[in-house]
Write a protein that binds this ligand. Structure first.
Ligand SMILES: Nc1ncnc2c1ncn2[C@@H]1O[C@H](COP(=O)(O)OP(=O)(O)O)[C@@H](O)[C@H]1O
Ligand SMILES: [Mg+2]
Length: 259
């Protein structure tokens, strides 16, 4: 009698890559890659050096466009978006670069204030308040006056994370956040990534080749191999995967499909 309503809309993922092909000078780097990242996830993308992890992040950030296929952010096709629309999306994304990428001529405080000064009309006092708040979130309060050259690698990483947070992003991108840090510092940074993502009700995509970091931070793990995501699952299931590439990567074996 009563007509059934339309089926419920499947929830739009925060980020989706569909059939993404990326070539550099006719050399395929990503090949028909598919990946969905739901809100509140911490998606770890694992892969060898040169697999295309940083490239993947640059596609999501909208600084690279795929040769073919589509990158969606909140259901919006970034390759068809206008420049202002892409800029609006970018403001919702906080990026933590592998090198930290702090501006060496600016103090810690000014590094954090810069996006707020350039992209918002907030007043000085409010900017100062946000900067102090974000520094405190990463345990770097009272370092605002220091210059990047005065910081250790781990401190620089914390400041880079604080800077990624100042615009209250919905999505945080981490490019090898623990590479080059000692194991204890790496664990501290991993814990920060988990806690800050949860506290901010944000979503994170973390690319790494460090297994221990992946299992400490992920709610989902994806394996990037030969240009595609060949496995994507919850960490405990990923760990017991029978995919020979995943097995070889997890066990660090020299023999197997990975040459
Ligand atoms: N701008 C570029 N021009 C040409 N080739 C590039 C460029 N950026 C990256 N590549 C190549 O793409 C591949 C993937 O690079 P990248 O995404 O940096 O890998 P990963 O971050 O996994 O180590 C590498 O072979 C690299 O040499
Ligand atoms: Mg990289």
């Amino acid at each position: 009698m009563n007509e059934q309503g339309p089926p419920p809309e499947p929830q739009t993922p925060l980020v989706e890559l569909r059939g993404v092909q990326l070539d550099f000078e006719h050399k395929p780097i990503l090949h028909r890659l598919n990946l969905r990242v739901e809100r509140k996830q911490r998606m770890v993308v694992m892969g060898q050096s040169g697999a295309g992890k940083s490239t993947l992040l640059r596609l999501i950030l909208g600084v690279l466009r795929p040769t073919e296929g589509t990158v969606f952010f909140e259901g919006r096709d970034l390759s068809r978006a206008s420049r202002p629309q892409i800029n609006a999306v970018r403001r919702k994304i906080g990026m933590v670069y592998q090198s930290s990428a702090l501006i060496s001529s600016l103090s810690v405080r000014d590094n954090l204030a810069l996006p707020l000064e350039e992209l918002t009309r907030k007043r000085r006092a409010e900017i100062n308040h946000i900067v102090e708040d974000k520094l405190a979130m990463v345990g770097m309060e009272e370092t605002g006056a220091l210059m990047p050259s005065e910081l250790s690698g781990g401190m620089r990483k914390r400041v880079a994370i604080a800077r990624a947070l100042v615009m209250e992003p919905e999505l945080l991108l981490f490019d090898e956040p623990t590479t080059g840090l000692d194991p204890v510092l790496a664990a501290v940074i991993d814990e920060l990534i988990v806690n800050l993502t949860e506290k901010a009700h944000a979503t994170s995509i973390i690319v790494t080749h460090e297994l221990s970091s992946a299992f400490r931070t992920a709610t989902r793990i994806a394996m990037l191999y030969k240009g595609r995501i060949i496995e994507e699952d919850r960490p405990e299931r990923f760990r017991s995967s029978h995919n020979p590439v995943v097995e070889q990567f997890i066990e660090g074996r020299t023999k197997g499909p990975i040459q």
